[in-house]
Design a protein around this ligand. Sequence first.
Ligand SMILES: C[S@@+](CC[C@H](N)C(=O)[O-])C[C@H]1O[C@@H](n2cnc3c(N)ncnc32)[C@H](O)[C@@H]1O
Length: 538
Amino acid sequence: MELRLNSPVGNLPAVYYWPLCKKKGYDEAKEIIETIVWGCSDIPDLSVPLKKNILHDVDVTSYESMKALTKRYNKAINNVLLLEKGTQKFCDRLNRVASKELLRHIIQQTYSAAVTDAEELNKYQAFSPDVYGETSFDLITQMLDVIKPGKDDVFVDLGSGVGQVVLQLAGASPCKRCVGIERADVPAKYAKAMESKFKFWMQWYGKRYGYFELIKGDFFHDAFRDKFTEATVIFVNNFAFGPAVDHKLKERFAELKQGTKIVSSKSFCPLNFRISDRNLSDIGTIMIVSEIAPVKSSVSWTGKPVSYYLHVIDRTKLEKYFQAKKNGSLHSLFAEDAETSCDSFETDNSRENGDKYLNLNAPLKKRGRMLKPPNSSTNNGVEINGEGPAKSIIRPGKLVLAHSELETLETTKKDKKRKRPVNGRPRNPELDPEWFSSCTLRTYVMSKLGNGLNPEHTQYLDYKQIAREESLKRLMDTFKFQYIQTISEMSDPLYKIKLKKCIEEEFQRHKALQVQISELNDEIETIVIRMQNYIKRL
Ligand SMILES: C[S@@+](CC[C@H](N)C(=O)[O-])C[C@H]1O[C@@H](n2cnc3c(N)ncnc32)[C@H](O)[C@@H]1O
């Protein structure tokens, strides 16, 4: 016994078999009704008959009633096709992009038909890169809103599972090509079924979709190297991939084209990453990373919002760094950074940052605020930053004082001569011109930092303070949100039922374990007695 639904654009009909399937999270009768509604949605002439006649008085448990429903629907569709086929009106309806909600329905019905046993997908090795999980339709919609792919884009999902993300991209975006690569047998098997069901339903509704392929294989295999280099948008749900896979991915990302976007469930570099001489080999030097705010529907039952990260390959970042290093404006870049980074919580301490951003080979004047010698413009009565009457001579890497400054220093030195030990260096080495002229700027600044932070540095700390306060505020908001979420879940009557069920299950498990314990004890006792008898006999 079967139920047929004619395609609203005259393509092959859909066939359902009686009895209809009804399982957890899926009701085939409901799907038939929704499909009829969507099938009529592009035909305004059918909106009244749909409500008044086609869907009237349907009993989803009766084959006769469902058969009558499909008959009414098919008749209405056939009449429309008879009238419209070959007309401009009909052509206009063909090959249009599916609306967001229709695509959601198509992907849902594709999944229901293709993934015959979803439990199978959960049979993976725990804590391995094969851990399976699916990204929601809403999250991908949000990603599309953010990255807005165009017709020249090539989308690749690394570890595509059953392929629903690739199908959504093929149905919702103008991408030139959408590719998914999946290694594990079970999801790859379902991906094949997803592919054919998706094509069938898109054609049934007469909707357009872009070229896509769902490939079985390991994305690190050399055969897929060009998939990385061709990609302009990469999606990777890497939450469970682990550091080794993430590291290998970063190596591949180093080969990506300028402007390539990577969206992932775990970021590949810290949000507050800043280039320094110590991290020049890090992937963060060629990408700009930002967080995509979690969508409401991505909140898990624990109330934890699912975050995604957008990385954009930008090699000019590194170029700018070297350029700034060359012309000595690196430090002012850093100062700007500190001001704009207030929305990210930084864990590195300011002293370390100061060290990181010291540019030892640039003229002092251009070096920005932090390198200004401490205690304002004077230092022990000597003008050393060029603001006072005695101008300093600055050479790269060394701080050498002008003759007048040396004189002043000399005077100060004489004044303080009594403090000088008979042998060795002066107590305050800065008062010794010999020492001063031979010390590098780095040594000088570090010695100052060691003696206390300068006012500019303190100002930088203020920014960090603000950043921390902001982060704390956001953290508190998250806690508040999670708390409200939990309370609302707990006030749901179903929560009590579920909880009771869990307690009952635990209780039963406990009972079963008790039985097992007593059985094992009996066995042990028997073995002990047998052993004793055996020993006695010996
Ligand atoms: C969490 S699932 C994500 C599925 C899908 N992308 C989504 O977001 O709905 C991650 C998938 O990556 C696959 N995977 C892990 N390492 C892989 C590799 N080296 N090559 C291909 N697939 C891989 C796993 O088998 C798993 O199905």
